[in-house]
Design a protein around this ligand. Sequence first.
Ligand SMILES: Cc1cc2nc3c(=O)[nH]c(=O)nc-3n(C[C@H](O)[C@H](O)[C@H](O)COP(=O)(O)OP(=O)(O)OC[C@H]3O[C@@H](n4cnc5c(N)ncnc54)[C@H](O)[C@@H]3O)c2cc1C
Length: 416
Amino acid sequence: MTAPQTFVIVGAGLAGAKAAEALRTEGFSGRVVLMGEEAERPYDRPPLSKDYLQGRSEKEMIYVHPSGWYAEHDVDLRLGARVISIDRAAREVTIEGGERVGYHKLLLVTGSTPRRLTVAGSDLGGVFYLRGVKDCEAIKSAFATAKRVAIIGAGWIGLETAAAARAAGCEVTLLERGDLPLLAVVGREVAEIYAALHRDHGVELRMGVEVAEITGQDRRATGVRLGDASMVDADVVVVGVGIVPDAGLAEAAALTVDNGVVVDEQLATADPDVFAAGDVANVYYPLLGAHLRLEHWSAALNQGPVAAANMMGRGVSYNRVPYFFSDQYDMGMEYSGYVGKGRYDEIVFRGDVASGAFIAFWLGDGRVLGGMNVNIWDVTDTIQALVRAAAPVDKAKLVDPAVSLGDVLGGLAVPR
Ligand SMILES: Cc1cc2nc3c(=O)[nH]c(=O)nc-3n(C[C@H](O)[C@H](O)[C@H](O)COP(=O)(O)OP(=O)(O)OC[C@H]3O[C@@H](n4cnc5c(N)ncnc54)[C@H](O)[C@@H]3O)c2cc1C
């Protein structure tokens, strides 16, 4: 009889929790150790800028599994356990404090960390970043008493936080270096829609500005001084200027790191015993013929199980169409596909944008590269099939709500 194997998962976030779950549902009977530096068991982050931040859902709703799940499934969940190094030759990891844990297979799902501002005043009280549940709870209680909130960065986190601050009754100023919110991500036409949405909800948008300093008094933020010397008063400042993958462990262990831990379509590094998934992984997508590091909930959800299967030697490829979602005020959207910066020819709309329910499509060479359904549901599978087909589409039909998307898909001149 061979000794049972030990699979170690570093990072007890969504990808880690889903990998542990898949190991058990796929029948792995060895030891599973799931290590996370946070004190909380694995939880979903999207509610932290939406319902939970707005006090509209209970904390219990954020967790990936009920608290008893880990013991019931014989998953050794180590919380407050920060892994400080990997010894690939000895096949073991070291936890802060010195404990070493050996592995047969190792999964790195360490996620990412908010990019920090470096301007003067960045460390003042009242300046927040939003990544974990503690950050969310601190921001929620700050919004409860704040009068004026300045948000630096008009990406998804900044915009959702702006909506939450408005819901809490705060005056909100959104500061962004680009000309529009999300400009580099969604292009001008859709960025204009998000700008209008926030203006309509009373947010002051200051676009094309540089942050020079966070001003303060008695070690607390009082506002933001901009590059043109103008001042934005604020008692709370939330910074959302992007994230960086937590790939330091992998780098120190001489794994290939280039915008995250580089893995193939089976989420394997060049070391056959080490895998990576979720925010930290720069994954080869056969569909796109390129590596992509996605900072999306669905990538963590679905890559975790694929990595787990491959730790068990199953040889499964990850080849999903990228997908994410966002909720702001009464505007919910899902986005499927991937459009590199400026890599599309045009954006076309299906339905009336002014009605608040429509689908935007990004087209390149007459093909659908991406689609965003706004307040229209149950169309994701069809949009993803259009993206996956990568075939010229009949544009007149695509934008005509009288023609079903299924018929548009059925009319593509490709075998599916
Ligand atoms: C506020 C917020 C809102 C979001 N909203 C959306 C949304 O609406 N739609 C969407 O698609 N995506 C959204 N996302 C992104 C999504 O949540 C992430 O893509 C997802 O959490 C990534 O999961 P992960 O498991 O890869 O990493 P994480 O969730 O970051 O988990 C990694 C875990 O590893 C731990 N860790 C790191 N280093 C170590 C170490 N050395 N030792 C032990 N543990 C370690 C970290 O503490 C962390 O708990 C949002 C993210 C945030 C922060």
